[in-house]
Design a protein around this ligand. Sequence first.
Ligand code: NAD
Length: 267
Amino acid sequence: MSGKSLEGRTALITGGARGIGAAIAQALAKAGAAVMIGDILDDVGKTTAGEIAKTGVKTGFVKLDVTDDAQWERAVAATVATLGGFDILINNAGIEITSLVSEVKAEDALRMCNVNIVGTVLGMKHALRAMRPGGPAGKGGAVVNISSVAATIAFPSIAVYSGTKSAVDRMTRVAAMEAGKLGFGVRVNCIYPGLIPTDMGMQLANDIVQVGLAADINAAVGSVVEQTPLGRLAEVTDIGDAAVFLCSNEARFITGIGLPVDGGMGM
Ligand SMILES: NC(=O)c1ccc[n+]([C@@H]2O[C@H](COP(=O)([O-])OP(=O)(O)OC[C@H]3O[C@@H](n4cnc5c(N)ncnc54)[C@H](O)[C@@H]3O)[C@@H](O)[C@H]2O)c1
């Protein structure tokens, strides 16, 4: 044994092709886990998996649209077959479509509900079935859902997104309760990341300017930094390290929580 905190563990990371998901996959791999990237972006996902494989970690890519129950079945089977088990799920895939409440389009609201809420609950469904006693992986494990600081504050222009992330937070707690009471051996927690300059984060900063809430992108980012006691935006590695902790044995008595990793923005 290497003494790494996730040695011997096997993880599926949704939306793992880029951004926060890719950073979580790298952090889990560095901590000793074998990792499967699940995403709708084939090429980017395979490249990310390939980079991690170069570090000597068992890695794979599986095409996974988290809104599709049948694709979840295949992704879990592929994870067990490729990695030899499945005891960590990072439910990270998500989308954000900015809009003032006065301008919301029903189709955009439904898309966010589908990916962020339905995608997350389907992930928990398939993880619990696979990891619980008698399941195809059967050794228990940990689920980490990626919510958002937006679930904890009123941030203008992202009402529906914030609602979906509040749903992720609540579903986390119900799943943790069920898994605990039914003896599944699976802990379920979520993380609230602060704003991070990924593709999604930069798009949001641009959108804030477009809807008239900031004069320019520097002002948009500057106002988030100003609201953050630790005085900077979040970085993807901040979230990777928090995910490793929640999956590790160090977090063995922690379930049903939402962990802010936001520099204090949501306090
Ligand atoms: N960036 C931020 O500021 C921020 C802050 C808080 C929370 N989050 C959350 O963190 C997560 C990752 O965000 P990010 O900033 O890395 O975004 P991103 O847009 O950079 O990456 C999202 C990834 O999810 C994938 N994805 C989208 N829809 C999918 C689907 N239906 N099935 C499978 N994969 C899908 C994308 O292909 C992409 O690889 C999201 O849930 C987001 O809501 C982001």
